[in-house]
Ligand binder design. Structure first.
Ligand SMILES: NC(=O)c1ccc[n+]([C@@H]2O[C@H](COP(=O)([O-])OP(=O)(O)OC[C@H]3O[C@@H](n4cnc5c(N)ncnc54)[C@H](O)[C@@H]3O)[C@@H](O)[C@H]2O)c1
Length: 334
């Protein structure tokens, strides 16, 4: 049984607490949050103890730490957790600053303990099936990947200001999916975007609508389309064109009933947002982490993957700001 300390009892922390509790091989034993009330409530829901993050790190009875705190705390908590000898799963992104993420990676490498990053979409059953089919050679050589990722509604501007921007906060998932599916990091990134959904997002220095093109060294391409508003729900689709065919993974709908009348055909909307669409993915992500901890095998998502996706996000930000294609050289935007 893996004894787990959860850091962060917010939106995603609560989701992870459920996954930990639902897996027979893990037990949530402690919850920490700087909001003591939030820590107490989540801990009591799962029969765990509210502790400080320092107490969790220092407790030899705690084997693993799941970091689901605010982004600006991730790098320091990863470093503390590996130094304390814990198995670590940390939410994305590693940090909002690439140099800080690289420094964290250096500390982790020195300690010599791996860290898994929470790119949950890899564990979505539909996207995982697409990746398996691609890896099995079902469409030959991959050539053009298209990722659609639209949120149902824009976040409050207060969130936008602290988020690191659409590329580092939202598109980073799509960048990871592109790198994962193609098994490589892009050689260059071109991004265009605007704030046509909510001008207040533009006034805050961010964008809400973007198209990003990733160009890989061997000529393969990926196009990521992002919007902060799709009025019909969370639109999450992938299409991959290969030399021998096409793979596509569509939305998960609220239900499977379709109605066809003389007026036409109607199906249900996509599930509303990530807390609906990706619940299976979060559970599968946790299960994959436990598999790796128990078997001693490599984590399916690494800290290096988290750093790569952040470098792509930085390149996209620079491309959008400067109106040019940005190369990635030595893992850094140039
Ligand atoms: N993979 C995904 O699908 C996904 C979805 C949502 C959020 N996230 C990521 O998860 C992280 C948390 O996001 P959220 O939406 O749950 O935010 P949130 O604000 O709801 O929760 C964060 C919690 O962390 C607590 N916290 C902050 N600093 C702390 C510290 N030093 N020690 C202990 N607790 C601390 C806060 O009090 C808060 O309760 C972010 O990095 C975000 O990018 C990932």
């Amino acid at each position: 049984m893996i004894k787990v300390g959860l850091l962060g009892a917010g939106r995603i922390g609560k989701v992870h607490a459920r996954s930990i509790a639902a897996d027979r091989r893990s037990q949530l034993v402690a919850v920490s949050d700087i909001d003591a009330q939030a820590a107490r409530e989540l801990a009591s829901t799962h029969g765990a103890r509210p502790l400080s993050s320092q107490e969790i790190m220092a407790d030899p009875g705690i084997d693993a730490v799941l970091i689901a705190t605010s982004t600006d705390t991730h790098a320091a908590l990863i470093e503390a957790a590996v130094r304390a000898g814990k198995a670590v799963l940390c939410e994305k992104p590693v940090d909002l600053n690439l140099e800080r993420a690289l420094a964290c990676q250096a500390v982790v490498a020195k300690v010599g303990r791996p860290v898994m990053i929470g790119f949950n979409r890899r564990f979505d059953p539909n996207f995982a099936a697409l990746k398996r089919a691609f890896d099995a050679g079902e469409i030959g050589k991959g050539e053009l990947l298209s990722i659609t990722s639209f949120d149902p509604a824009p976040p409050p501007v207060g969130y936008v200001k602290l988020s690191g921007g659409l590329f580092r906060d939202m598109a980073i998932h799509d960048f990871d999916m592109a790198c994962w599916i193609f098994g490589a990091a892009p050689a260059s990134v071109t991004a265009i975007g605007s704030s046509i959904v909510d001008p207040a997002i533009g006034a805050a220095g961010d964008l809400d609508t973007a198209v990003i093109t990733l160009h890989f060294a061997d000529g393969r391409m990926a196009v990521v389309k992002n919007s902060r508003r799709a009025v019909y729900g969370y639109d999450q689709r992938i299409e991959l064109l290969g030399s021998d065919g096409l793979l596509s993974a569509g939305n998960v709908l609220e239900h499977t009933v379709t109605r066809i009348t003389t007026a036409g055909a109607q199906a249900a909307k996509p599930e509303y947002f990530f807390l609906e669409r990706y619940m299976k993915a979060y559970a599968a992500e946790w299960s994959a982490f436990v598999d790796a901890v128990q078997s001693g095998s490599d984590y399916p998502v690494t800290l290096q993957d988290g750093v790569h996706a952040l470098a792509v996000a930085d390149a996209a930000t620079l491309s959008w700001q400067e109106g040019r294609t940005v190369k990635l050289i030595g893992g850094r935007p140039a």
